[in-house]
Ligand binder design. Structure first.
Ligand SMILES: Cc1cc2nc3c(=O)[nH]c(=O)nc-3n(C[C@H](O)[C@H](O)[C@H](O)COP(=O)(O)OP(=O)(O)OC[C@H]3O[C@@H](n4cnc5c(N)ncnc54)[C@H](O)[C@@H]3O)c2cc1C
Ligand code: SF4
Length: 512
């Protein structure tokens, strides 16, 4: 029975379940570059270039390992640019009698795959993606009968399951599960940030860069300079560089933001991990070894491992547990159109301009920029949740719906009404002022609430709380916010509302 084994762009691992049991004489491995997938949101050119270069290198590795490979290039004249049509074409050309694949990272793709069984009348096998450390079935089991799902409890269970950062007897290393209290310091002056690796471009990568430049000239984002790893070996170099030079400071400055410094001590590995060039367990093991050998402190290593073993697996669990209904949630009925400054138009808000500039240049911004700058602004201004999600999905090179949606809709916008987070991550300018040096460079003043030069985040913050108070007053974690609001009294409350309307008008006019 010759099988067609389909591999998606984010499944570039030789250990992928799809490859298991391949009959190298009879079966064919298929990968496709499709316009349909590159443009359903306008993906950043660096993201497209990374994926095509990594896919083409992966196909070379497969050929070297003795597999038959059918690789449909974007510029192939016969390419139909649709998954379903490419599958039909391939099964006809190759007389395949079976289709094998691994569960994809998006609900929409899973529905499409399932439809092939009927349209092609062929047996179809969808395998579990065992590159993740918690299967969707295990997550559903853990979640069953719980009133609220909280990452911290899930994470502790994952530490025990994989015996990561545990002392003999099962206690957490150092006696505590979570070292956040030692982390999240504001940036101090005089810190230096490690230089990042730049990879030599292969002929494959050069060809892909030319292709992407020609085919996607209008997508937001700059293609060159292109600094990404595109093979597992290069991705491992990035990981080793992070562990040696950045991990020791990762915890301390995890939430810091510094003008002109897009990377600080972050790992920059999400793009490689989400595409399969790195695997989560090996990353956690390397980080743990750094702690055991004394190369990095526990607060940094635990904080880093929590992101991979905890948050990453948790958001995936949430996505598959709640889809497809999750995609239509909009707790605050946020419908204001996304302003043009998200796509690079001028804004006087330095923090926003800086985050968008990093995004445009690198298809990357770090977590706190995503959460507390562009995400926080979108939350406070009531921006349309679907437009905001489409933006995040398009502009970041690590973005796939399973991870983007719970982070954007759930964590940043609280659009799921508390499934992901116990309260909205809403903050005024004073948080940004404390955690960055952005405000020193801004036309606005984070200490002013009302007036021409008042930081827009301030009035928007209070107005957001006021207009959503019927939904938020009952939240156990927010009593202080509403007691302060009540103390303001009617005159100040009205002045804040007027200021917030002014800010929103300016946002729409393009003068904010
Ligand atoms: C609004 C919003 C949208 C986001 N969209 C994405 C996305 O599309 N793809 C994506 O991979 N991450 C997303 N994140 C999570 C996080 O911001 C990125 O994983 C991180 O910035 C990637 O950079 P890094 O590799 O340098 O991470 P580091 O800060 O070095 O963290 C290490 C690793 O931990 C994992 N991680 C950390 N936080 C999260 C999280 N909340 N969810 C999942 N994994 C996490 C990532 O794999 C990351 O590489 C989003 C966060 C927010 C607030
Ligand atoms: S003053 Fe306000 S708008 Fe300006 S950088 Fe600070 S937080 Fe951002």
């Amino acid at each position: 029975m010759p099988a067609l084994r389909l591999i998606f762009a984010d499944q570039l691992s030789l250990s992928l379940a799809t490859l298991s049991g391949t009959n190298k004489q009879a079966d064919t491995i298929m990968l496709c570059e499709l316009m349909e997938e590159a443009t359903y949101v306008p993906h950043h050119p660096k993201k497209i270039a990374f994926l095509y270069a990594a896919m083409r290198h992966f196909a070379t590795d497969l050929l070297q390992a003795g597999y038959n490979v059918r690789y449909v290039k974007l510029e192939d004249p016969a390419n139909t640019h649709s998954f379903s049509k490419e599958i039909t074409r391939a099964t006809n050309d190759l007389n395949c009698t079976e289709i094998i694949t691994t569960e994809p990272g998006e609900w929409r793709l899973l529905q499409m795959i399932k439809s092939w069984q009927a349209t092609l009348a062929l047996p179809l096998e969808i395998r579990d993606d065992d590159r993740f450390l918690c299967s969707t079935a295990d997550f559903a089991k853990w979640a069953a009968n719980k009133k609220q799902l909280r990452m911290e409890f899930f994470y502790q269970q994952m530490r025990k399951k994989y015996n990561i950062l545990l002392e003999p007897g099962g206690k957490p290393a150092g006696g505590t599960w979570n070292y956040d209290k030692d982390n999240r310091k504001p940036p101090k002056t005089g810190l230096s940030y490690p230089k990042r690796i730049s990879h030599k471009k292969s002929e494959i990568t050069k060809e892909v860069l030319q292709l992407v430049c020609a085919k996607f000239p209008h997508h937001f984002g700059t293609l060159e300079p292109f600094h990404y790893a595109v093979t597992p070996a290069q991705a491992h170099q990035e990981l080793d560089h992070f562990i040696a030079f950045c991990l020791p400071h990762f915890g301390d400055y995890q939430d810091a933001m510094v003008a002109g410094e897009p990377f600080l001590y972050h790992s920059l590995i999400s793009t490689y991990l989400n595409a399969g060039l790195l695997l989560p367990h090996e990353i956690c093991t390397k980080a743990e070894n750094a702690y055991r050998s004394g190369a990095a402190p526990l607060n940094a290593v635990e904080g880093f491992i929590r992101q991979i073993l905890g948050w990453r697996e948790f958001v995936r669990g949430i996505y598959w547990l709640h889809m497809p209904d999750y995609a239509n949630l909009n707790f605050f009925t946020a419908t204001t159109p996304l302003p043009a400054f998200y796509w690079g138009a001028t804004t006087n808000m330095f923090c926003v301009a800086e985050t968008v500039a990093h995004t445009r240049a690198h298809a990357y911004s770090h977590h706190i920029q995503r959460l507390m700058i562009t995400g926080n602004f979108a939350l406070l201004a009531g921006l349309d949740v679907k437009e905001v999600q489409a933006w995040y999905l398009a502009v970041y090179s690590d973005a796939y719906e399973w991870v983007e949606m719970p982070n954007t809709l759930g964590m940043a916008l609280y659009g799921d009404g508390g499934i992901m987070a116990s309260k909205p991550y809403a903050a005024s300018g004073s948080y940004i002022h404390r955690m960055s040096n952005y405000c020193q460079k801004c036309a606005y003043n984070p200490k002013e609430l009302i007036g021409e030069t008042a930081c827009p985040f301030n009035a928007l913050y209070w107005d957001f709380m006021a207009r959503n108070q019927s939904k938020l007053r009952g939240n156990q974690r927010m009593p202080y916010v509403f007691s302060t609001w009540d103390k303001f009294g009617p005159a100040k409350q009205q002045a804040i509302h007027t200021q917030a309307m002014l800010v929103l008008n300016r946002m729409q006019e393009g003068t904010l």
